[in-house]
Design a binder for this molecule. Structure first.
Ligand SMILES: [Zn+2]
Length: 187
């Protein structure tokens, strides 16, 4: 059986296990739609970093911190396959190279669009950017709402999970980290 057909068959069985009728009109095309939305939400698995980064790296003498704040993302918790979503803030102190600003947002999406845990996503974004930029310092702060905490389990609707990754100067120097946090908080 073709992969798609096999998946749709299993998803129909899954709906039946939940006590619903996969043959009722509203659910008829649901397995297909679920598959399409899962493919969309995990698209980071199938895209190469090379195609994201093409033409994005520039030589630049600037040595001052640059930050892209409030990069929104949607990811999927790998434990419950429920969304977690929020914002990533990425700042770095260049050391001869800068990256096109939209590329930073694309790297966030690259690591968000897969089955993930927030802690790993945060360090993957940081380590990938360190590899590309070799900056003096780099920090990533991610704050997110997890549907697996909001809609099930402890059901804490307003809870937010904040994770951080500090590299280079931001890991070693309290002042640099303070500058990052001030820039992140500024409106
Ligand atoms: Zn979860």
């Amino acid at each position: 059986m073709h992969d798609d057909a096999r998946y749709q068959h299993r998803f129909r069985e899954f709906l039946r296990t939940l006590g619903d009728d996969p043959d009722r009109p509203g659910l008829e095309r649901t397995p297909q739609r679920v598959m399409e939305s899962m493919q969309y939400l995990t698209r980071g698995l199938r895209e190469g970093l090379g195609e994201i980064l093409e033409d994005g790296l520039f030589e630049e003498a600037s040595r001052d911190m640059v930050m892209v704040r409030q990069i929104e993302f949607v990811s999927l918790c790998e434990h419950h396959v429920l969304p977690f979503f929020g914002h990533a803030h990425v700042g770095y102190i260049p050391d001869g190279r800068i990256l096109g600003l939209s590329k930073i947002a694309r790297i966030v999406d690259h690591f968000a669009c897969r089955l993930q845990v927030q802690e790993r996503m945060t360090s993957q974004i940081a380590d990938c950017l360190v590899d590309i930029l070799r900056p003096k310092g780099l920090g990533v702060v991610v704050s997110a709402t997890h549907m697996c905490m909001v809609a099930r389990g402890v059901r804490k609707q307003d809870s937010q999970v904040v994770s951080t990754a500090w590299r280079g100067d931001f890991a070693q120097d309290d002042r640099a980290r303070q500058d990052f946090l001030l820039a992140q908080a500024r409106c």
